[in-house]
Design a protein around this ligand. Structure first.
Ligand SMILES: Cc1cc2nc3c(=O)[nH]c(=O)nc-3n(C[C@H](O)[C@H](O)[C@H](O)COP(=O)(O)OP(=O)(O)OC[C@H]3O[C@@H](n4cnc5c(N)ncnc54)[C@H](O)[C@@H]3O)c2cc1C
Length: 506
């Protein structure tokens, strides 16, 4: 156990539990520790002036869950759990051998057990270019909205959840969407699901959104600009519905106007002067004529130009970089020999323990290294941040009390509910046949504009599913994946809409 004294609690020689990060993983971990150890003080050190809390949690089925996420002042958390002490200052160094962390304001906190939940940072296609915007927090989303209001054309780079939501939400502005894959939404869908969704990009948007059955994002705190210096550098990441309340409208009088450039990446970004001197030509927004796209050059000057690897050049007002995140490990590396996962996260074992003694990690910052269940994979999503935060606290508690721990059930099956293009989307297990090679079959059912159902089968057993629309199949499919029943004899009936498959399996 470390020597030294906790500056916050001078009467005790150390703080038993210190959690770093006020996002979903850190707050959930601290809350559970606070409940398990009511007579201990739990110290939560965070870079941001607000914390994120899970509210209205509902377990929809064995593994599917719904909850709202609320940005709250730390005083709200401290009121709810009086034994949590929130320190607002970014951690700049970890001295793991001395069991100490040092914050930017120069204070030191000694711990017996530490959990690192500092999230991830967005990857930007170009650092320091004023025409390249990454969306990662409430401030950058507001900046994006301000610039969009004056924009006639933007270029969005990336094919994950953020890009998908943006292209669907933006109106009144031409959008060139550059993706490196063949089909849109590659992180979540296959080409079939992408085809199902594409007509929505040209359709008028409904006035009232469909009922939203998934995690929701709300901000209760009045965010003052002057309290935000720390946030500029280390921002609170957003999650589902991050654009809610923001009007994503450009300067043109048009509804959706999206052109997709697939199988390409950004080759070069030019500012107007540089582009002008280069003698290169840019293209106008492609026109659709009889199912063909007509490409014409254009003379109109733009503040910035993007040359794609397919040779096409487009001018625009600004570029949105939505190309994923990298785990925020940097502040903790100096002097510590962490095992780092392939994707740059702190490697954790099945007890969420990093390679260093008494240091745990949860949420976007970590990379799981245990042999996963055949139907689970790590994805940097809100649900997993909550589940990991919760389970890590359980492991820390068990270790402290010398008790055994079982792997949490939430890691048995990957289950995620979200909404894309105003459709409810449920992803289960190996929904994209991840890691299965060619040794699998797909079964599909699709009603244009209404629903898309895809199941991944192997040897007659269901391994994963994508459900788009109000299919009501999630609970049945969740059970079929978990119990690995041999479904060969049902053949195509499995997806026949006229057969109530729930009756089959009762
Ligand atoms: C625009 C956007 C949209 C998204 N949409 C979705 C979605 O639709 N669905 C979904 O499931 N997920 C979505 N995500 C991902 C989701 O937000 C993350 O997976 C989740 O927030 C991770 O939680 P976390 O607690 O690990 O980290 P975070 O929520 O990032 O929290 C990290 C915390 O650590 C603090 N911190 C950072 N560095 C330090 C330091 N040095 N010292 C102290 N504290 C520090 C931060 O201030 C913050 O409080 C989205 C992300 C973005 C950016």
């Amino acid at each position: 156990m470390a020597a030294g004294s906790c500056p916050l609690l001078p009467e005790v020689p150390w703080c038993r539990f210190v959690v770093v990060g006020g996002g979903i993983a850190g707050v959930t971990c601290a809350e559970r520790l606070a409940t398990e150890f009511p007579s201990d003080d739990i110290v939560l050190v965070t870079a941001s002036p607000v914390i994120k809390a899970v509210v209205n949690f509902k377990q929809v089925s064995r593994t599917l869950e719904e909850f709202d996420v609320e940005e709250q002042a730390s005083s709200v958390l401290q009121k709810r759990c009086p034994n949590i002490k929130v320190i607002q200052s970014p951690v700049k160094r970890l001295k793991s051998e001395e069991h100490k962390i040092i914050t930017e304001d120069g204070k030191e906190y000694a711990y017996e057990k530490l959990c690192l939940c500092a999230g991830a940072k967005p990857k930007l296609i170009a650092e320091g270019n004023p025409f390249v915007l990454g969306i990662r927090d409430t401030d950058s989303a507001a900046e994006f909205q301000k610039r969009l209001g004056k924009a006639e054309r933007i270029i969005i780079v990336g094919n994950g959840g953020i890009a998908l939501e943006l292209v669907y939400e933006i109106q009144g502005c031409e959008v060139i969407w550059a993706i490196k894959d063949k089909a849109i939404g590659n992180t979540f869908f296959d080409a079939g699901a992408a085809e199902f969704l594409i007509p929505k990009l040209s359709a008028e948007k409904p006035e009232v959104p469909l009922v939203c059955k998934r995690t929701k994002y709300t901000t209760k705190v009045k965010r003052k600009k002057q309290t935000h210096q720390a946030l500029d550098k280390l921002a609170v990441l957003l999650g589902p519905d991050w654009h809610e309340g923001l009007q994503l409208k450009g300067a043109k009088k048009l509804s959706h106007k999206v052109h997709i450039e697939n199988l390409c990446e950004i080759k070069k970004i030019y500012l107007w002067e540089e582009f002008h001197k280069s003698g290169k030509v840019s293209l106008a927004f492609p026109k659709a004529q009889q199912d063909k796209e007509v490409m014409e050059t254009e003379e109109e000057p733009w503040p910035v130009y993007v040359e794609l690897t397919n040779g096409r050049i487009y001018g625009c007002n600004f570029i949105v970089s939505a190309t994923g995140v990298v785990p925020n490990v940097q502040p903790f590396l100096d002097g510590n020999k962490f095992a780092i996962g392939e994707d740059g996260g702190l490697q954790v074992d099945k007890f969420m323990h990093t390679s260093l003694p008494d240091v745990y990690a949860a949420g976007d910052i970590c990379t799981t290294s245990w042999k996963p269940s055949p139907f689970w994979q790590q994805m940097r999503l809100w649900t997993q941040a909550r589940q990991m935060g919760w389970y890590t606290a359980k492991c820390m508690a068990a270790d402290t009390l010398g008790e055994p721990t079982d792997m949490d059930f939430s890691f048995e099956l990957f289950a995620h509910v979200t909404k894309f293009f105003n459709y409810k989307v449920v992803l289960l297990g190996k929904y994209n046949a991840q890691g299965l090679g060619s040794d699998h079959e797909l079964m599909l059912r699709c009603t244009k504009g209404l629903e898309y159902v895809k199941v991944v089968m192997q040897n007659g057993r269901m391994l994963g599913a994508v459900l788009i629309g109000e299919t009501d199949l999630e609970e049945t499919f969740e059970n079929l994946i978990l119990n690995q029943m041999d479904l060969s004899r049902y053949g195509e009936d499995l997806l026949d809409p006229n057969i109530d498959i729930e009756d089959y399996f009762d």
